[in-house]
Design a protein around this ligand. Structure first.
Ligand code: DAT
Ligand code: MG
Length: 143
């Protein structure tokens, strides 16, 4: 997901482009402003943290671009492409390492496990939102 700061800063194309160029397949995408309830459910594991309210305020402060990407090892790979939570610790070449300077404005979210990927897909898109399609480049990306 491109967070509200990423959308406001005009980084949507840059971020989507990195996942496209890597070779992952886009299965769903939408721009919308998440509700407080959705944000709280999404980040419920962090509800006891002191920064929880600020996090929910941030994520609901404007439109986000939610996406579902598919491909070999996509969850772990996406976490690497995204970089460390604190952008100052994120390696150059990663999205956060290249494009952000503060944890509270780290431009992008990525699911941290396949199970959470499934959970978050259901939460952000609901049932039946994934588009089935065969990328024509598939034989050039995987054998
Ligand atoms: P990530 O987004 O890398 O998966 P996370 O799941 O631990 O990181 O936390 C979710 C978001 O919460 C993170 O992107 C930014 C915010 N956050 C995490 N730790 C924080 C902290 N110590 N201070 C402020 N915000 C924090
Ligand atoms: Mg996380």
């Amino acid at each position: 997901m491109v967070k509200p700061d990423g959308v406001q800063r005009g980084l949507v194309g840059e971020i989507i482009g990195r996942f496209e160029r890597k070779g992952f397949t886009l299965r769903a995408l939408k721009l919308f402003r998440p509700s407080k309830e959705l944000a709280e459910e999404h980040y419920k594991d962090l509800s006891a943290k002191p920064f929880f309210k600020d996090l929910v305020d941030y994520i609901t402060s404007g439109p986000v671009v939610a996406m579902v990407w598919e491909g070999n090892g996509v969850v772990a790979s996406a976490r690497k492409l995204i970089g460390a939570t604190n952008p100052l610790n994120a390696e150059p070449g990663t999205i956060r390492g290249d494009l952000a300077i503060q944890t509270g404005r780290n431009v992008v979210h990525g699911s941290d496990s396949p199970e959470n990927g499934e959970r978050e897909t259901g939460l952000w898109f609901g049932e039946g939102a994934l588009v089935e399609w065969e990328p024509s480049l598939k034989p050039w990306l995987t054998e």
